[in-house]
Design a binder for this molecule. Structure first.
Ligand SMILES: C[S@@+](CC[C@H](N)C(=O)[O-])C[C@H]1O[C@@H](n2cnc3c(N)ncnc32)[C@H](O)[C@@H]1O
Length: 285
């Protein structure tokens, strides 16, 4: 791949999806774009890139961008955040919402659905009282192809073998061909929709719980900061943000407090001291 072709595509990807392509990733672009070029009837990746360069931003560009997303995920990924959700974060949130009986959850990089479905199963299993609540659970991703898979809720045996405990498999999945499908009662809990983290966030409600895991790693520091600031504006004063195991707000955005738990951590919006007192929030956790 010629340097100017790589440069063109890296700029396109960062501008429209925030994803940074480091130098030396030509092989990755070539490999990911090969099927896109073939499906589009182009003789080579070079021919596809030339076509993209000559045309205004459109569907073909988005298909190429989507091909460069990394959709790696698994059920109950990293385990500890889900234990913390079950044992600490959700019990506290639910207690604080006992009067309004509403809970707004957003999973901001849902990929093929394992993460939001893990949380939906956990909610159903550990907090059956929420059945009488108004629960909004939105799961978004930039990739239409992964969202289509997530909506279907069908998983092959390899995917099922990655992190799904037998108990949840037996309780919340039904046989489906060679694999399994999430039961409708769980599938219907989650509303999947396309949303670009670096674009507008239409109809985003005030949020109690945000999972934005293993996606900030792909962005530059400015993009990370912008996204964290946007979440801050949507997060309720006592809402919680979970990031991936290698991600943090530290040295990026100062408007969050980290709350350390036994084997994981989560973030809360930092507020002026007076505000915290009036909200009855104990920051000393
Ligand atoms: C590595 S997966 C993480 C999935 C899941 N959160 C987890 O931790 O297992 C990253 C996801 O972020 C999505 N993504 C990348 N850039 C995005 C953007 N600008 N807006 C929304 N989603 C994006 C990708 O499509 C991909 O599905």
């Amino acid at each position: 791949m010629a340097p100017d072709e790589f440069q063109y595509f890296a700029t396109l990807l960062e501008k429209h999806a925030g994803i940074v392509l480091e130098a030396g990733k030509e092989y990755l672009v070539e490999a990911r774009l090969r099927p896109v070029a073939r499906d589009g009837g182009f003789a080579s990746v070079g021919a596809l890139l030339q076509d993209l360069r000559q045309n205004p931003m459109g569907r073909a560009h988005w298909l190429a961008i989507e091909a460069l997303t990394t959709n790696e995920t698994s059920f109950f990924r990293d385990e500890h955040p889900f234990n913390a959700l079950r044992d600490v974060i959700l019990p506290e949130l639910i207690a604080r919402r006992a009067t309004t009986r509403t809970l707004n959850i957003w999973c901001g990089a849902a990929s093929t659905g394992q993460e939001p479905y893990s949380l939906a199963m956990l909610l159903r299993d550990s907090f059956p009282q929420l059945l009488g609540w108004t629960l909004s659970f939105i799961a978004t991703d930039i990739s239409e192809a992964t969202l289509a898979r997530a909506r279907e809720g069908r998983f092959n045996t390899t995917e099922i073998g990655r992190g799904l405990p037998a108990f949840f498999r037996q309780r919340y999945f039904i046989p489906d061909g060679e694999g399994l499908r999430v039961r409708d009662e769980i599938r219907r809990t989650v509303a999947f929709r396309a949303m670009n983290l670096v674009g507008p966030w239409p109809n985003m409600p005030e949020l109690d719980l945000v999972l934005l895991r293993n996606v900030l790693i792909y962005f530059n520091i400015e993009t990370k900061r912008n996204i964290l600031q946007k979440i801050h504006r949507h997060l309720r004063p006592d809402g919680c943000l979970l990031l991936g195991a290698t991600e943090s707000t530290l040295h990026i955005e100062q408007s969050y407090e980290v709350v350390h738990l036994e084997r994981t951590a989560y973030y809360r919006a930092r507020h002026p001291a007076a505000n915290a007192v009036s909200l009855g929030i104990n920051w000393a956790v």
